[in-house]
Design a protein. Structure first.
Length: 324
């Protein structure tokens, strides 16, 4: 790739559902777009994407492959690589540097890098993450319906998770894990819904074959479960953009950090936009794709306004020269 053909209207960093959806919309708007993707989607361990109308149950890999094909159909360049640094600005353009030394330039920058999940330091959880270690009932609750589900106490939201997952199964156990202490009406709520409460710290989870079998408490007792629910802390992937003055801020819900934007996806840095989980922790795949599509429209409109100003200035200058 030469320096000349590495200049784009929009650089999209992150090739998940949000980034590809934006690239699709921008490509259809006849914008020159590059999507840089490191190939580490957050939902890679999951068997399927759920709640996505017309694509329910599709594997994450197949969804992204289809998205790449469609974005490329409208001229988007898909570049495999990881952005390690970003600089520049709206007036002179932005530059991103890839891990192999390549540099790309663009008039606008869209960040769709998503989140990283921080799991409790309990052996076995990470290996089963996205399979039978879960966090979202709306993403995975149907797949574990009527099974024995353990909810690992990790913070104030754990009681809510236990009560919520009760909708999918009558066999719910909340492991307090020396972290959670139900208060107020919560003990009665748990009892009323038939949620079992187990005190004491969790030491590990037991796996047999390729299936989770039990939660093991410190000292040896274990409780049979088919799935474990964990409230992970999440962190926006923003390290490469520190040179632009962008940084994550704590989320008001106390579950991690994210990148603040306005309602249209614009960040505090002119010319830099964001969409998907990096700015909206609650967004599932469908919502991330939809939000990014709208943000792409806003980016296109900002480019159009810039072009209008340029063309209007040139038009007026031509009139002045000709005396028309």
């Amino acid at each position: 790739m030469t320096e000349q053909n590495s200049f784009y209207d929009v650089l999209v960093v992150g090739g998940g559902a949000a980034g590809l959806s934006a690239a699709l919309m921008l490509g259809r708007s006849r914008r020159r777009v590059a999507v840089v993707d490191g190939g580490e989607p957050r939902n890679a361990p999951a068997h399927g994407v759920h709640g996505f109308l017309s694509r329910d149950g599709i594997s994450p890999a197949e969804l992204l492959a289809t998205g790449r094909d469609q974005a490329q159909h409208y001229g988007a360049d898909i570049i495999n690589g990881t952005v390690v640094a970003a600089g520049g600005g709206a007036e002179q353009g932005f530059e991103v540097t890839l891990d192999d030394g390549r540099r790309l330039h663009g008039r606008r920058l869209l960040i769709t890098t998503g989140l990283v999940d921080e799991l409790p330091d309990i052996p076995g959880l990470r290996e089963r993450w996205g399979r039978d270690v879960l966090h979202c009932p709306f993403c995975h609750g149907w797949e574990v319906r009527d099974q024995a589900i353990g909810v690992l106490g990790t913070g104030p939201w754990s009681v809510h998770q236990a009560l919520l997952f009760r909708q999918w199964s009558s066999n719910i156990t909340l492991f307090l894990n020396d972290v959670v202490e139900p208060s107020g009406d919560e003990p009665e709520q748990l009892a009323a819904r038939g949620v079992k409460v187990v005190p004491g710290p969790v030491e590990t989870v037991r796996v047999h074959g390729d299936a989770l079998k039990a939660v093991v408490l410190a000292g040896g007792p274990e409780v049979a479960v088919d799935a474990v629910v964990v409230g992970s802390r999440v962190h926006a992937r923003l390290d490469p953009f520190s040179g632009l003055g962008l940084a994550a801020v704590p989320h008001p819900m106390g579950i991690g950090d994210y990148l603040e934007t306005d309602a249209e996806g614009a960040t505090s840095v002119p010319g830099v936009w964001a969409a998907g989980n990096v700015t909206d922790m609650r967004a599932q795949v469908l919502a991330s794709a939809a939000a990014a599509s709208w943000t792409a429209v806003m980016i296109n409109n900002s480019l159009m306004a810039e072009e209008m100003d340029r063309d209007l200035a040139a038009y007026r200058e031509s009139l002045a020269v000709t005396g028309a």
